[in-house]
Design a protein around this ligand. Structure first.
Ligand SMILES: Cc1cc2nc3c(=O)[nH]c(=O)nc-3n(C[C@H](O)[C@H](O)[C@H](O)COP(=O)(O)OP(=O)(O)OC[C@H]3O[C@@H](n4cnc5c(N)ncnc54)[C@H](O)[C@@H]3O)c2cc1C
Length: 409
């Protein structure tokens, strides 16, 4: 039988790890990994943390060593954009006009920053942070004594604000919510992070938005909807991301908040798969479609899609997980919380070493450990157990999480 060709569009974490898994899983056909960026696959978390601050080497961010792709006969094509896919004809077309036939295709096209639609948004000195190139530009601006306006107190904005403070910049962070992450994590955790930033000298304008950016060719200040004027040398906008679904949509694949896939990570076309930030995947545990915009999902879902491409009967059911580092506050979060009844805390909330649990119908549906380590697996086990938990026991450090999950030996 002739050797097959598998094509992966998107050469970042999900795509890079999928290619690795295909080779490890014994795929010996042609494997083409196509990416629009000039870089080989890399991980983005350092771009708002140590790499942004100049504390880690660029090399540490890459998914594989430089020689990896050649050694594994992975045809990595960087600076190449796929402009169209045709699931029926089994072809992809590149920006260079090349048409490539595939037997199976993985779409790992990720997400891109949401642009801010206000007056002056096209002034120079207003930055978004997604790529290594974005980060390299921003690194140059992170000079002590400069003033930065950070628009959006989500994960990217918060981490950039923290890194900028650590580099000695004056930081104002603006967000329409009353506390950071209020919509996804609630008021208590939001207040905790608000206080962390305030304690580190960030000026917070919460419950406020950006009306306009102003300046003479280059941003010099912004005007908030609440009537404040914020002077700045530059601004960083982090107001969320949107999944890159254009190729899928044009090809007629089902798209709804990302590319819709089943638990096998198959799209509405049987030989086309999707993984990572772009995939809105059926989650067998939570029994709904979930699109996860986090590192661990790209890391694990890419390889899962690869196994599915190889014909394995997979069912991707990992509990969504993410982490964030801001100043000396590290956290891990697992779960999924479209809605919840209450948040229960265990540990030292004032001292910033605690675990928060989101409860729905008496069950733990999510948990976040803040500066408490080696517990996130137990939090996940508790979620998976679907056990009704006693609130007091959840709060008490004397009752182990294993016991609550029914997995104590
Ligand atoms: C600054 C920053 C910090 C982060 N920190 C954390 C963190 O601390 N914790 C956490 O859990 N998550 C974090 N994340 C999120 C995490 O990085 C993403 O979830 C992850 O990058 C998703 O990987 P992906 O491979 O699915 O997509 P992406 O990383 O978005 O990569 C998709 C790739 O596809 C390419 N592409 C798109 N369309 C085409 C096309 N038509 N042709 C060719 N190539 C194409 C793009 O150029 C891109 O390189 C962070 C993200 C950023 C930006």
């Amino acid at each position: 039988m002739a050797k097959q060709t598998f094509v992966i569009v998107g050469a970042a974490l999900a795509g890079g790890k999928a290619a690795e898994e295909l080779r490890q899983g014994g795929f010996d056909g042609q494997l083409i990994l196509i990416g629009a960026e000039p870089e080989r696959p890399y991980e983005r978390p350092p771009l708002s943390k140590d790499y942004l601050r100049g504390e880690s080497e660029r090399e540490n961010a890459y998914v594989h060593p430089g020689g990896y792709y050649g050694e594994h006969h992975i045809d990595l094509r960087t600076e190449t954009e796929v402009t169209a896919i045709d699931p029926g004809a089994h072809t992809v077309t590149t920006s260079g006009g090349e048409e490539i036939s595939f037997d199976k295709l993985l779409l790992a096209t990720g997400a891109e920053p949401r642009r801010i639609p206000v007056a002056g948004a096209d002034l120079e000195g207003i930055y978004y942070l997604r790529s290594m190139a974005d980060c390299d530009t921003l690194r140059e601006r992170l000079q002590s004594g400069a003033t930065v306006a950070v628009v959006g107190a989500g994960w990217i904005g918060s981490e950039v604000a923290a890194s900028a403070r650590q580099k000695g910049l004056e930081v104002t962070m603006i967000d329409p919510l009353d506390v950071p992450y209020e919509n996804i994590l609630g008021a208590e955790i939001g207040a905790f992070y608000r206080d962390v930033h305030a304690q580190h000298g960030v000026r917070l304008l919460l419950g406020d938005g950006v009306e306009s950016f102003q300046g003479n060719g280059r941003v010099q200040r912004l005007q908030t909807t609440g009537g404040e004027t914020v002077q700045c040398d530059f601004a960083v906008v982090g107001i969320g991301v949107v999944p890159r679904v254009q190729l899928a949509r044009q090809a007629g694949l089902e798209v709804d908040n990302g590319i819709v896939v089943d638990a096998r990570l198959t799209t509405s076309s049987p030989d086309v798969f999707a993984a990572g930030d772009v995939a809105n995947a059926w989650h067998p545990f939570f029994e709904q479609h979930i699109r996860v915009e986090h590192w661990a999902n790209a890391l694990n879902q890419g390889p899962a899609a690869a196994r599915s491409m190889l014909g394995e009967e997979i069912s991707y059911d990992r509990i969504p997980y993410f982490f964030s580092d801001q100043y000396d506050v590290g956290m891990e979060y697992s779960g999924h919380t479209p809605s919840w009844d209450e948040v229960v805390f265990r540990g030292d909330r004032e001292g910033g070493e605690f675990i928060a649990f989101w409860l729905h119908g008496g069950r733990v549906i999510a948990g976040m450990n803040v500066n408490v380590w080696d517990v996130n697996d137990k939090v996940q086990a508790l979620i998976r157990s679907r056990r009704t938990v006693d609130r007091a026991a959840l709060q008490s450090q004397d009752v182990s999480l294993d016991e609550l999950a029914g997995s104590a030996v």
